[in-house]
Design a protein around this ligand. Structure first.
Ligand SMILES: NC(=O)c1ccc[n+]([C@@H]2O[C@H](COP(=O)([O-])OP(=O)(O)OC[C@H]3O[C@@H](n4cnc5c(N)ncnc54)[C@H](O)[C@@H]3O)[C@@H](O)[C@H]2O)c1
Length: 454
């Protein structure tokens, strides 16, 4: 079996996996506390049943192998060699000094009795000092921040943190997962084009090298897979792609696909598949967590808006269907509303039309829990990027776009935002890694065999 880069086999998930997270806020602490609760079987929810990793494909999902008549549907985690939840060790950075127990309590996503049941484990995780620059996130101002002569120096400090973590915990492999705040909107310029220009920019403190890029550089330069859960550019720049190839490191981004965009990428492919027109799609949200507070600033909202806006156009393809989607009016609003905390509420009004242009409307009111949706996505991205590394796959991991709002692709390649095609791609990649036949869903062979029998 050879994988995407022509190397053979996938090595087993031996030993421990370290998941290092810049940004120990709502998503990260919900992930860490959730994994601890599942490991312990801590009671959760109104019925007090043992905590389960619902929403995680790596933990709950099955995959079909071979023909439908073979009846082979193993669990994904029994099919591909993934790190076991018991073998994960978490660590991370934040500009606030709260340990993970304190940060999770303040985030108010999980209930206090659940957090208390894993308190010792959470309290033990103290954030390392962050690489932070207020010009990228104006609404935050913590004190647990590194100082250094240059951005190059800060990157070396992050590399030293990673090595110290590796030594202290004895982990065998590592993944870095950005769960930090959304940074202000920037576009790629000259400094982002090559490894050399980027490294020079680090030394010269280039203002368009964002903190998230410094973590990404630190990880990728050391061959450590890097995943970006926010919409910032971060590793979606030519310099980082080149570095990932050079150091044979998987990278993936951007922006966890949860909430309203998840619904959009479930619904829009269905409308498009049935050639139903869409005239307008108005999306508004209210949320009151720290993420919402950061996104209240126009520079940070712009980054999120760009990530969210691309989805519909990529799915509906107005360039191919001007009569159905050429006049589409797509508007997105995010409003900071503290009383809702992490329980985001979203409304979508969708104006569609069908046969002979007759109009219809769809309304969605999603009372979601942002971090409850994001935590399993973050877990799967970490486990699958570790798998990719062990399978010798490196560079952009487009097969992980299933989990991402604004998938990073090769230059010039149209991203595929249709969640169903993304799932087929993910499953076929797993089959490919394990040397199983890919599944096209053509299915003619069942009927040919039947005809031969008759
Ligand atoms: N919750 C979701 O459903 C969801 C979905 C998609 C994307 N995201 C993105 O994931 C990220 C995390 O979301 P959240 O709800 O946990 O937000 P949050 O505000 O609760 O947590 C972010 C944390 O990152 C820290 N931080 C900011 N800059 C940092 C830096 N340079 N270094 C280290 N720490 C830094 C902040 O202090 C904060 O604790 C955000 O960018 C958000 O937009 C979240």
């Amino acid at each position: 079996m050879s994988n995407l880069n022509g190397k053979a086999g996938v090595s087993p998930a031996r030993g421990k996996l370290g998941i290092l997270i810049p940004g120990l806020g709502a998503v990260a602490t919900t992930l860490i506390a959730g994994v601890a609760a599942v490991r312990k079987g801590a009671p959760s929810g109104p019925d007090g049943k043992p905590s389960q990793p619902f929403g995680s494909l790596t933990q709950m999902g099955h995959i079909r192998l071979g023909k439908r008549t073979d009846n082979r549907y193993p669990k994904i985690k029994d099919f591909v060699p993934l790190a076991d939840l018991n073998d994960i060790v978490f660590g991370g950075w934040d500009l606030y000094e709260d340990n993970v127990y304190e940060a999770a309590s303040k985030a108010r996503v999980l209930e206090q009795p659940l957090l208390d049941s894993v308190k010792d484990e959470l309290e033990a995780i103290q954030p390392m000092k962050a690489v932070f620059d207020r010009s990228y996130v104006t609404n935050l101002d913590g004190k647990n921040v590194k100082t250094g002569a240059s951005k190059w120096d800060l990157a070396q400090q992050v590399i030293a943190d990673i090595e110290a973590f590796r030594k202290a915990t004895g982990v065998d492999r590592l993944v870095v997962l950005w769960c930090g705040s959304t940074e202000k909107y920037i576009e790629a310029v000259d400094v982002h084009q090559t490894i050399e220009s980027f490294e020079q920019g680090l030394r010269e403190n280039h203002s368009l090298i964002a903190p998230s890029m410094i973590y990404a550089y630190a990880a990728v330069s050391q061959g450590i897979p890097f995943v970006n859960g926010a919409p910032n550019l971060t590793c979606d720049i030519p310099a980082m792609v080149a570095l990932a190839k050079k150091t044979e490191t998987p990278i993936a981004g951007k922006d966890f696909k949860t909430g309203q965009t998840l619904m959009k990428t479930i619904l829009a492919p269905g409308l498009q598949a049935r050639a139903l027109g869409v005239r307008g799609w108005f999306s508004t949200n209210i949320l009151g967590n720290r993420d919402g507070y950061v996104l209240d600033h126009p520079d940070n909202f712009r980054t999120k808006e760009v990530s969210k806006l691309g989805v519909l156009e990529d799915i509906l393809r107005p360039d191919l269907h001007p009569e159905l989607y050429g006049d589409l009016y797509h508007k997105i609003r995010i409003n900071y509303y503290p009383p809702h905390g992490d329980n985001k509420e979203s409304w979508d009004n969708i104006d569609i039309f069908g046969w002979l242009g007759y109009t219809m409307q769809i309304k969605i009111n999603f009372l979601c829990r942002d971090s409850i949706l994001a935590a399993p996505v973050a877990l799967d991205l970490a486990l699958f990027s570790d798998l990719a590394k062990r399978a010798g796959m490196y560079g952009i991991q487009e097969w992980l776009s299933f989990y991402l709002k604004s998938p990073q692709t090769a230059p010039g390649l149209h991203p595929d935002n249709d969640i169903f095609r993304q799932l087929i791609k993910l499953q076929n990649t797993l089959r490919h890694i394990m040397g199983e036949d890919l599944i096209t869903h053509l299915g003619l062979d069942y009927y040919q065999e039947l005809a031969e029998i008759l």
